[in-house]
Ligand binder design. Structure first.
Ligand SMILES: NC(=O)c1ccc[n+]([C@@H]2O[C@H](COP(=O)([O-])OP(=O)(O)OC[C@H]3O[C@@H](n4cnc5c(N)ncnc54)[C@H](OP(=O)(O)O)[C@@H]3O)[C@@H](O)[C@H]2O)c1
Length: 245
C-alpha cells in the first residue's frame, strides 16, 4: 500500500465524488490533506467527515486560485501532492452552444486547471506529484460533449508540456481520465435518468459505472513513490468504455 506519511496533499473540488474519494485515500495513506470547494457548508461537511482541512476557493477564478496558493504556502509551507479535480460538465450541440455555457465549462475545466498548476508550482516541493482529473470524453466523439471534451483534451496537452517543464525539479504530472463514474456530476448533467444510465452502462465492457474509490486508489498510486518514474501519462479508468467508439 502507498505510504504518504509526512506528505501534504491538496485536492480541489474535494467535497464530492472523485475528489472526496481521492482525499479519503490520500488521508488513509498517511498524508495531511486539504480539500477545496466553492460551497462553504459542503466543504465543511466533507472536511469533518474525512477529518481533513477544508478551504474555500472557486477554481474558475484566478484571484481565488492565487489567494488559495498564498494561503496554503503561509499555513502549510510547501505541498507534495496536488490533485486538480474540480470540474463541471454541460451538454450542448455545437449548433446550440452559448457563450455562457462555453465560458462556464472552460473557466473551471481548462482555465481553472491551467492556473492551478501554474500558481501552485512555486508552492510545490521538488519531487512532488500533480494529478489532473481529465476524462475519457477527451478521446471520444460523443455528441453534445464538444465543449467539455475539448477542454479536457486541452488539459491533457498541458499535462504533457508541464511534465517536460517540471522534470528538472523531479515534479511529476499525470492525467487520470475516468469513464462514467457514479457521482453527482451525472445528476448535474442530466445523465442519471434510468434509461440514460442503462445506455451508458451498455457501452462499458465491464458492465457498470465506476465507483469513486476506484479512481481515488489510482490517484493515490500516482501520488506515491511506486509511480516515481511516471510522468506526462494519461491513465484511462473507464471499464473499457473508450474501446467502444
Ligand atoms: N463522474 C464521471 O463520470 C466523470 C467522468 C469523467 C471525468 N470526470 C471528472 O472528474 C472530476 C470530478 O467530478 P465528479 O464526477 O467527482 O463530480 P462531482 O461529484 O460533481 O464533483 C465535482 C467537484 O468539483 C467541484 N467544483 C465544480 N466547480 C468548481 C469550482 N468552480 N470551484 C471549486 N470547486 C468546483 C464541485 O463542487 P460543488 O459540489 O459545489 O458542485 C465538486 O466538489 C471532474 O473534473 C470531472 O470532469 C468525472
Amino acid at each position: 500500500m502507498t505510504n504518504l506519511t509526512g506528505k501534504v496533499a491538496l485536492v480541489t473540488g474535494g467535497n464530492s465524488g472523485i475528489g472526496l474519494a481521492a482525499a479519503q485515500e490520500l488521508a488513509q495513506a498517511g498524508a495531511r490533506v486539504i480539500i477545496t470547494g466553492r460551497r462553504k457548508e459542503a466543504v465543511e461537511e466533507a472536511a469533518t467527515l474525512l477529518g481533513v482541512d477544508g478551504l474555500l476557493a472557486d477554481q474558475s477564478k484566478l484571484t481565488d486560485i492565487e489567494t488559495l496558493a498564498a494561503l496554503v504556502a503561509q499555513k502549510y509551507g510547501r505541498i507534495d501532492i496536488l490533485v486538480i479535480n474540480a470540474g463541471i460538465s454541460k451538454l450542448t450541440t455545437i449548433e446550440n452552444a452559448t457563450e455562457e455555457v462555453y465560458d462556464e465549462v472552460m473557466n473551471v475545466n481548462l482555465k481553472g486547471a491551467y492556473f492551478t498548476i501554474s500558481r501552485f508550482i512555486p508552492v510545490l516541493n521538488d519531487g512532488s506529484s500533480i494529478i489532473v482529473i481529465s476524462s475519457s470524453s477527451a478521446s471520444k466523439a460523443t455528441p453534445q460533449t464538444s465543449i467539455y471534451a475539448s477542454g479536457k483534451m486541452a488539459v491533457n496537452t498541458v499535462v504533457k508540456i508541464a511534465a517536460v517543464e517540471l522534470a528538472p525539479r523531479k515534479i511529476r504530472i499525470n492525467a487520470v481520465s475516468p469513464g462514467p463514474f457514479s457521482t453527482a456530476i451525472m445528476e448535474k448533467t442530466g445523465l442519471s435518468a434510468p434509461g440514460m444510465q442503462d445506455y451508458i452502462v451498455a457501452r462499458v465492457p465491464l458492465g457498470r459505472l465506476g465507483i469513486p474509490a476506484e479512481a481515488g486508489k489510482l490517484i493515490c498510486f500516482l501520488a506515491g513513490e511506486d509511480a516515481v518514474f511516471i510522468t506526462g501519462a494519461e491513465y484511462m479508468i473507464d471499464g473499457g468504455q473508450s474501446l467502444n467508439q
